[in-house]
Ligand binder design. Structure first.
Ligand SMILES: NC(=O)c1ccc[n+]([C@@H]2O[C@H](COP(=O)([O-])OP(=O)(O)OC[C@H]3O[C@@H](n4cnc5c(N)ncnc54)[C@H](OP(=O)(O)O)[C@@H]3O)[C@@H](O)[C@H]2O)c1
Length: 162
């Protein structure tokens, strides 16, 4: 199973404000939908509440919470148990938010990042990873647009470092 983090952040790693996204870019929403369609999504309770507790269609939605147990979506109080539940899938997308990104960055195989070029005010951040580009993360693909860039990083294995 490949564990893929998907996130959009601004130049200061801002990802959220007041429990929601600080921006609206329809091309990013389309990119997110196209990239994740058909694969399971793993998210924190914060993200699931942002979705008004409605699972995103066409994808198995799995929620992490220590305080709630939703009857309509699989809910887990431990990341490892959720990953065990999802272990038969080829790909699993971790879709945030900040708390979940921080806890899963080290175990992820790939990062699919939308770089938002404008700066925004925020209260939730993506963990710092840019100092690991070239040692832990290798840029595998990039597509630049006016306001955004879509970038895919793959975790470097021993052979890449030789
Ligand atoms: N720009 C982006 O790409 C992007 C993507 C996603 C989200 N966001 C933004 O990020 C913000 C939400 O992020 P957040 O950090 O506040 O919330 P979050 O990461 O979505 O959820 C946090 C909650 O997840 C549960 N949790 C955390 N670690 C856990 C663990 N190890 N095991 C089980 N449950 C665990 C806890 O729920 P309980 O309290 O119920 O125990 C915790 O309160 C919003 O502003 C959203 O818009 C941005």
């Amino acid at each position: 199973m490949r564990l893929i983090i998907i996130a959009a952040h601004d130049p200061n790693l801002v990802i959220g404000k007041d429990g929601t996204l600080p921006w609206h870019y329809s091309e990013d929403l389309k990119f997110f939908k196209k990239t994740t369609m058909g694969s399971p999504l793993l998210m924190g309770r914060g993200v699931f509440e942002e979705l008004n507790e409605k699972p995103l269609p066409g994808r198995l939605n799995v929620v992490l919470s220590r305080s709630k147990n939703y009857s309509h979506v699989p809910t887990f109080s431990l990341i490892d148990t959720a990953l065990q539940y999802l272990s038969d899938h080829d790909k699993v997308f971790i879709i945030g938010g900040g708390e979940i990104y921080r806890q899963t960055l080290d175990m992820a195989d790939e990062l699919v990042i939308t770089e938002v070029k404008e700066e925004y005010d925020g209260d939730t951040f993506f963990p710092e990873y840019r100092d690991q580009i070239g040692t832990i993360w290798k840029e595998a693909w990039r597509e630049d647009h006016d306001s955004l860039s879509f970038v895919r990083y793959i975790k470097m294995r021993g052979g890449d470092l030789e």
